[in-house]
Design a protein around this ligand. Sequence first.
Ligand code: PHE
Length: 358
Amino acid sequence: MTDLPQLELDLINAIGGATTVAEVEAVRVNALGKTGVISGLLKGMGAMSPDERREQGPMINGLRDRVASAIADRKAELEAAELDARLLSEKVDLTLPARPRRKGGVHPTMQVMDEMVAIFASMGFAVAEGPDIEDDFHNFTALNFPPKHPAREMHDTFFLKPDPETGERKVLRTHTSPVQVRTMMSQQPPIRIIAPGRTFRKDSDATHTPMFHQVEGLVIDRDIHMGHLKTTLQTFIARFFELDTVDARFRPHHFPFTEPSAEMDIRCDRSGGQIKFNEGTDWLEILGCGMVHPNVLRSCGIDPDEYQGFAFGMGVDRLGMLKYGMPDLRPMFEADVRWLAHYGFSAFSSPNPASGLS
Ligand code: PHE
């Protein structure tokens, strides 16, 4: 007959002496595993006489329960100790300075916007802003888009759900031109502003993303004419691309909010798989512009007989692609850290006209 008290003592000692979870597990297998000692005793009960079983049964079962619970306790104790040790060894010191190769950077779009702001600021322009969610009046009506006119669809507009009370449908602004309206309605001429910001259109391919950035420009004063428009934009583009001059042409175009309207193209050569400005015989479209339509001035409470002006709008991301040689627009907004590390700019060198732009 097995000496049960002795067996229990041995097992409890072995459990107490185990110093790792694996050692406790080994004791458990020896005692309670398929071929373990206690399992053997439990199995042996089948061959006992009823009297023996009545006497031995509770002792064996009690032994099994006490050993099982001692194992569970020791296991929990050792697991907690192992976790503590691991937490201690895997400790991260958050106060350590960031490693240089993990430093953040400036997104090319923000860099290009800063460059544009720096150039226009040096030409006497102030920065204006408007909301991303616009109403129909500012995005279309005040800009001389006729009601129900297909021109409103021309922009592949994202419409928000209609307001349940008024039925009004707000839009994600399709261009930064509504900031022209907001500026003219809130301040008196002379006006000389640029408005950088996000714009939205249902469009997606290598050169279009549903969200993109524009910079709008607006100049309103007495006696402003196309000559001012041309010089301002040619000067800007030359400085932006860090060229002495640009060969530009103003090609007639249509926008509801300008008359006359034009697109500005710059002469370039694309034969080498790379764009070279002021060379070759190709023309690259850069921006839209024109003289502010008298209806727009009137919608904003400005007398077109007294004041005129010009406006322009250009794609920031696109100009950034051209300047910094990015082939595809889409990765700009995918937030892939490898792309950002490759095309990003240092946060410590903000563009200004004195020290250079890029
Ligand atoms: N808003 C026009 C666009 O999104 C650009 C533009 C702005 C054209 C101002 C003329 C004047 O394409």
